[in-house]
Design a protein around this ligand. Structure first.
Ligand SMILES: O=c1ccn([C@@H]2O[C@H](COP(=O)(O)OP(=O)(O)O[C@H]3O[C@H](CO)[C@@H](O)[C@H](O)[C@H]3O)[C@@H](O)[C@H]2O)c(=O)[nH]1
Ligand SMILES: [Mn+2]
Length: 570
C-alpha cells in the first residue's frame, strides 16, 4: 500500500459489528459510484466477521472499549461502548491523509478535495451542539502524538459522552479546521429548517444518519411521506438497491440479513407456482415441498477422526519459556506504609491496671475544705453543712428580699400606720385594716428586739431531744451508751463510717466559678455553733422571686401513663 516514499491517501470507515455492514457497504459504493480516485480502507475489529471485499484495505485493529461507560447512558447509546476504537485511525501512519467517514454515511459525491486541506485535523459542526465537531466525518493526518494522547484519555475513560466524539472534542478543543455542514449533513425525522434544506440541498456532499435509527434498521417502508429526511433516506436506499436489491441476484445474504424487510427465508425455497405472494401462514398450512424452518442457518459439521494409526509421542516437547518467572517476595519485605501514622505512631497513653482490685491512689484534693471542727468535737459537727446553692447570688438576693419584706411588715405592725420608719413606701393597709392593726401587746410575747431566734431554736431542739429521751426511757429496756431500743427493737450505736470522723468535703462547683475555700458556717453565726438545726433547704422561686431571673415555668414532663402509651401506639 505504501509505494516508495510517497504515502497514500485513503478513505477509511469503521466496522465494529456486522450490524453496520449494510452501512459500510453502501458508503463504499456511494464513493465508488461517485468516481473517487482514492482507495477505501475499513478498520475492522477481529471479532467482526465481514465477507465483503468492497474495501481495498481491511485493517484489523484492537477494539478499544470504554471501561467507564456511564456517560454513554446519558445519551442512551450504550451500544457505543467501543467507539474509542476510532482512535486507531491516528496510528495508521502508513497513510498520508485519511478522510474518515462513519458507516452510517452516504456520499452524494466523492469528496476527494478534503485530501488537499493543509490542516492536520478538520471536522464539521455537530447538530446537537454546533460549537463541537461531529466525529462522523473527519480529515486527519495520522501521527503517534495524537494517538498516544488520546489513548491515555481512553484508558481513563475521559469523554463527556463516553464515546469518541466526547473524547476527540476534549482533545482537539478549538484547534480544528471547521468544515462546511454540507460534508456532514445530519438529518432527523423532526427536521425543522426546511427552507435551509431547500436552499442548500444542491450543495450537500454527504449525509450522516446519526442516532440509533439507521436506514437499514428502519426498513424502506418507514419513509413514506416526502420531506427532507425522507429524501435523504431515499438517497441511501438508492445506493443500496443499486448494489444489493434482492432482485439484483448477486446480493450476499449476509448483507440482507441486517437490513429490515430484506431478509426473507421463503425466497430461498421453492414457492409454489400460482401463488405469486408465496405462502401465507395465516391462511394455509406450509407447502409440502418447502424446506424445514431455519434451514438456511449456517451449519457447522464436525466429523470423528478416521485415522487408525497409534499415537506417536513427539521426540521432544518444546521447553517451557525461560523468560517467565515470578520473584517470590522475601519475608523481610514489609509492605510499604501508606499512612503517616504507620511510621510515626504515637505511644499509647491509656493504661489498664493488671489487677483490677489494686488500691487506687487517691486523687489530689484540689479545692477541698476541711470542715471546721466544732468545739464539741462530735461527728455531726464535722459534717459539711453548706449547700451548693448558698453562694448563688440570685438565691441570696431572694433570701435578702424575703427578710427585708418580713422586717418591713413587722415594722408596720409596730409603728404608727402610714409610712414605715425607713421612709420607703410600703404596702399601705386599708382603712378597715388600720383599725385592726392597733392590737394590744400579746401576753408572753417578747418584744422584737428581745427576740433571739438562734437561742429560741436551740431551746426548741433541746426540748425535742428531751421528749425523745423520755420516750426511750419509758420503754424500760436496758439503755446504755452502746445501744438504745425503741418498741423492743434494739437500735445499736452505730459509729460513723470509717474515715468520716475527719471527713473532707469537696468544695461545691459554683456557677460563679468561685473556688475560695470557706469554712462551713450557717449564715447566722449563732446557729453555726449549735449545729443541730439544719439550714432550711431552698424551696424554689416564690412571690418575691426577682423579675428577669430564670426559673422553670413548666413542669418537667412526666412519663406517659399506660393509657397515654396506648393512645400513642395506635
Ligand atoms: O455497533 C456498532 C456501533 C458503531 N459502529 C461504528 O461506529 C460508528 C459510530 O457509531 P454511530 O452509530 O454512527 O454513532 P452516531 O449515531 O453517528 O453518533 C455520534 O456519536 C458517536 C459516538 O461519539 C460518533 O462516533 C459519531 O460519529 C457521532 O455522529 C458507526 O458509524 C460505525 O462505523 C459499528 O460498527 N457497530
Ligand atoms: Mn454515525
Amino acid at each position: 500500500m505504501v509505494t516508495g516514499t510517497k504515502k497514500e491517501d485513503v478513505y477509511a470507515s469503521l466496522l465494529l459489528t456486522d450490524t453496520y455492514l449494510p452501512g459500510a457497504l453502501v458508503l463504499a459504493h456511494s464513493l465508488r459510484d461517485a468516481g473517487t480516485t482514492k482507495k477505501l480502507a475499513i478498520l475492522v475489529t477481529p471479532d467482526t466477521v465481514s465477507t465483503e471485499t468492497v474495501y481495498d484495505y481491511v485493517i484489523y485493529v484492537d477494539r478499544i472499549r470504554n471501561g467507564k461507560p456511564a456517560n454513554l447512558f446519558l445519551m442512551n447509546r450504550p451500544d457505543l461502548h467501543s467507539a474509542f476504537t476510532k482512535i486507531n485511525l491516528w496510528k495508521q501512519t502508513q497513510f498520508r491523509k485519511i478522510v474518515y467517514i462513519d458507516a452510517d454515511v452516504v456520499a452524494y459525491r466523492a469528496v476527494d478535495e478534503l485530501f488537499d486541506l493543509p490542516h492536520a485535523f478538520s471536522a464539521a459542526p455537530d447538530i446537537g451542539w454546533p460549537d463541537l465537531f461531529n466525529t462522523g466525518v473527519m480529515a486527519l493526518t495520522p501521527n503517534m502524538g495524537d494517538y498516544y494522547a488520546m489513548m491515555a484519555m481512553a484508558e481513563r475513560g475521559i469523554s463527556f459522552d463516553g464515546a469518541d466524539q466526547g473524547l476527540l472534542n476534549m482533545h482537539f478543543g478549538n484547534t480544528y479546521n471547521r468544515l462546511s455542514f454540507t460534508y456532514n449533513v445530519t438529518p432527523s425525522a423532526h427536521y425543522q429548517y426546511v427552507p435551509a434544506y431547500r436552499h442548500f440541498q444542491g450543495s450537500i456532499n454527504m449525509v450522516h444518519f446519526i442516532g440509533a435509527d439507521k436506514p437499514w434498521r428502519q426498513g424502506r417502508e418507514s419513509t413514506t411521506d416526502a420531506g427532507p429526511f425522507d429524501e435523504m433516506t431515499g438517497r441511501w436506499w438508492a445506493v443500496y438497491d443499486r448494489h444489493y436489491h434482492k432482485e439484483a441476484g448477486h446480493a450476499p445474504s449476509i448483507v440482507q440479513h441486517f437490513v429490515k424487510g430484506e431478509y426473507n427465508p421463503t425466497t430461498r425455497y421453492v414457492v409454489p407456482t400460482g401463488e405469486p405472494n408465496g405462502w401465507d401462514a395465516q391462511r394455509s398450512s406450509p407447502p409440502t415441498d418447502s424446506g424445514p424452518e431455519a434451514a438456511n442457518f449456517p451449519r457447522t459439521h464436525y466429523e470423528m477422526s478416521r485415522d487408525t494409526s497409534q499415537f506417536q509421542a513427539p521426540d521432544r516437547y518444546p521447553s517451557p519459556p525461560s523468560n517467565m518467572w515470578y520473584s517470590v517476595p522475601s519475608e523481610r519485605d514489609q509492605p510499604k506504609s501508606v499512612f503517616p501514622w504507620e511510621n510515626n505512631a504515637p505511644r499509647p497513653t491509656r493504661v489498664f491496671a493488671e489487677n483490677p482490685l489494686a488500691p487506687v491512689t487517691p486523687a489530689p484534693k484540689s479545692p477541698a475544705i476541711r470542715t471546721a471542727p466544732s468545739p464539741g468535737g462530735t461527728a455531726w459537727n464535722s459534717l459539711n453543712q453548706s449547700n451548693a446553692w448558698d453562694e448563688i447570688p440570685q438565691i441570696n438576693r431572694y433570701v435578702d428580699s424575703m427578710q427585708r419584706h418580713r422586717r418591713s411588715r413587722s415594722q408596720i405592725l409596730a409603728a404608727s400606720p402610714g409610712r414605715s420608719t425607713s421612709g420607703e413606701r410600703q404596702e399601705e393597709p386599708s382603712e378597715e385594716r388600720r383599725g385592726s392593726i392597733k392590737l394590744p401587746a400579746a401576753e408572753g410575747v417578747p418584744a422584737q428586739d428581745e427576740w433571739d431566734p438562734a437561742a429560741q431554736l436551740q431551746k426548741l431542739a433541746k426540748q425535742q431531744s428531751e421528749v425523745l429521751l423520755e420516750k426511750l426511757g419509758a420503754s424500760g429496756t436496758g439503755q446504755s451508751q452502746e445501744s438504745i431500743s425503741v418498741d423492743g427493737k434494739e437500735i445499736p450505736h452505730r459509729p460513723l463510717p470509717f474515715g468520716s470522723e475527719d471527713i473532707l468535703a469537696e468544695a461545691p462547683e459554683l456557677v460563679t466559678g468561685q473556688t475560695t475555700p470557706r469554712t462551713v458556717e450557717s449564715r447566722s453565726p449563732s446557729i453555726s455553733t449549735t449545729a443541730t438545726i439544719a439550714v432550711p433547704s431552698y424551696q424554689g422561686p416564690g412571690a418575691m422571686f426577682e423579675k428577669g431571673e430564670d426559673y422553670l415555668t413548666q413542669d418537667t414532663p412526666a412519663q406517659p401513663t399506660e393509657e397515654d402509651l396506648d393512645v400513642l401506639q395506635t
